[in-house]
Design a protein around this ligand. Structure first.
Ligand SMILES: [Zn+2]
Length: 258
């Protein structure tokens, strides 16, 4: 059975910066102690019957950089348990956003860590009977932001507890969406679709943007700010030290809320 090439894993590790690719998760793939807690995940599954499996893929494509994403154990479990919510396109986007920061030059230690990731891959996927050990995320999860927790019942959130129930919260979120559209539409050579961000928010947060519970407001605005910062214009502004948007407090003051 084939497996990803060591160079592919090294490249993946360099681009991951040893951090889970899931939005706002900052768990490492390899702990300082050298223990591998993250997982190499296949965007389109490595074997028939797996999540998002594509029979048209060759083995080489299946194990290519483009089809692989590094996630903490918890998020690998989260995405694989709901392939409808976490489809190929969304995962590809999560990967691209995470890798947009660029790669790090691997030190000797980091190159060794990357090889431990490959060893761990072999243990998980190839050693017989080892699959029962996948996803013991409960033992390692620490400060993960639980994006998508409300996914089970997206449509029965009472509007009173939703972002839409507070004008300041609603308008700031909308302001960020508009800013994202403004920046994202200005990327030569990249296709851009207005509805995409709304669809992604719905998938990630389990509800339409303004029906997301107000407790998740910070998560939503962090997500949107990250998207803005990662556009071409956003990156240019940041490199010059220019802010890409007002903070929520600044926005409230500027628009006379509270
Ligand atoms: Zn994670």
């Amino acid at each position: 059975m084939s497996e990803p090439k060591p160079t592919t894993i090294k490249r993946l590790f360099a681009f991951s910066r040893n951090v889970c690719a899931f939005p706002q998760c900052d768990l490492p793939i390899v702990e300082d102690s050298g223990i591998v807690t993250g997982i190499v995940c296949h965007i389109k599954a490595r074997s028939r019957g797996g999540p998002r499996y594509d029979s048209k893929q060759t083995d080489e494509e299946r194990h290519s950089f483009e089809n692989l994403i590094l996630l903490c154990s918890r998020h690998s479990k989260v995405i694989d348990s709901d392939p409808k919510k976490y489809g190929v396109e969304l995962l590809q986007e999560i990967k691209v956003i995470h890798e947009q920061k660029g790669s790090i030059e691997l030190s000797k230690t980091e190159a060794e860590q990357a090889m431990k990731v490959l060893e761990s891959y072999r243990l998980i996927y190839i050693a017989p009977g080892s699959e029962v050990n996948i996803g013991r995320a409960d033992t390692i999860h620490a400060k993960t932001v639980n994006v998508g927790k409300s996914g089970k019942s997206p449509n029965i959130q009472p509007p009173t507890g939703a972002i839409a129930s507070s004008l300041a919260h609603r308008n700031y979120a909308k302001h960020l969406v508009d800013r994202y559209h403004e920046f994202a539409s200005d990327q030569p050579g990249r296709t851009f679709s207005y509805p995409a961000i709304y669809a992604n928010i719905k998938k990630m947060f389990g509800a339409k943007w303004d029906l997301i519970p107000i407790e998740s407001f910070l998560k939503l605005t962090n997500y949107l700010q990250g998207r803005i910062d990662n556009t071409r214009l956003g990156r240019i502004n940041r490199s010059k030290g220019h802010p890409n948007y007002s903070t929520f407090d600044e926005y409230k003051t500027k628009h006379g809320y509270e």
